[in-house]
Design a protein around this ligand. Structure first.
Ligand SMILES: O=C(O)[C@H](O)[C@@H](O)[C@H](O)[C@H](O)COP(=O)(O)O
Length: 232
């Protein structure tokens, strides 16, 4: 699926433009459906975007937010994506949004994945907005090269769900939405910044092996053409 490239002079301009685009999509979904759903990634890249989006005027009480992926750690752990979203996005206007975490305090991560699958939006119909990041190894969400459930996570014949992932480059065990839950979002964004990530993207676009660079599944097989937002 051909992607659309959006290039900005700096991260601040990207954050403003992406916040405006996402807010417009959420407003449109609320008008059409009475609600809107948003799945966001963690990492260091999205902070400025989260802060900009948190100030946008819309009926946030009708917005359900979850994570694309999460470390299997509680929200008070500094590595928690829930903590990142709580700190930078669920503030200001967006504080009224409903947030559904992936981490669940179950005895095992497998049980947490089952509980989360029954509790997060996007499991019965497409998300209105999905924001993906990308690592320099070509991972996105927790679709890591060498992941123990990588093939299953990218298999579009499998149901929308929260699943577990362990991989050499992932650190803690992860909870991740499946590609089947992400690929058909109304607005599917890949948000990357810096020259190194641009080079990684170009490498990803130059070949097809998804096990080597899982981001290729998003670039090649998503039902929704991805919008790539990049700044130096
Ligand atoms: O939990 C996470 O870390 C993210 O969901 C992950 O997929 C992230 O988007 C990339 O690792 C990029 O992270 P940076 O923005 O920190 O480069």
């Amino acid at each position: 699926m051909p992607h659309q490239m959006h290039i900005f002079d700096n991260g601040g301009e990207l954050a403003t433009a992406l916040a405006d685009r996402v807010a417009a999509q959420l407003r449109s979904s609320i008008t059409a459906n009475g609600e809107a759903t948003l799945a966001v990634s963690g990492g260091s890249t999205p902070k400025a975007f989260f802060q900009a989006l948190s100030t946008r005027q819309l009926d946030w009480s009708k917005v359900k937010i979850t994570l694309v992926d999460e470390r299997f750690v509680p929200a008070d752990n500094p590595r928690s994506n829930h903590l990142l979203v709580q700190t930078h996005l669920l503030q200001n206007q967006a504080a009224q949004a409903d947030f559904a975490p992936l981490y669940r305090p179950e005895a095992t991560i497998e049980e947490a994945a089952v509980t989360a699958s029954g509790a997060v939006p996007g499991m019965t119909k497409p998300f209105d907005v999905v924001i993906l990041g990308m690592g320099t190894d070509g991972h996105t969400a927790s679709f890591f090269p060498g992941g123990d459930h990588l093939a299953a996570s990218l298999d579009l014949s499998k149901p929308r769900r929260v699943m577990t992932m362990e991989a050499p480059g992932a650190g803690e065990a992860r909870l991740t939405l499946s590609f089947s839950a992400l690929h058909d979002a109304g607005l599917l964004v890949v948000h990357i910044e810096g020259a190194e990530k641009k080079a990684v993207l170009e490498k990803a676009l130059s070949a097809k092996n998804e096990a080597e660079m899982p981001i290729r599944a998003v670039l090649e097989r998503a039902a929704t053409a991805p919008d790539i937002f990049w700044a130096p």
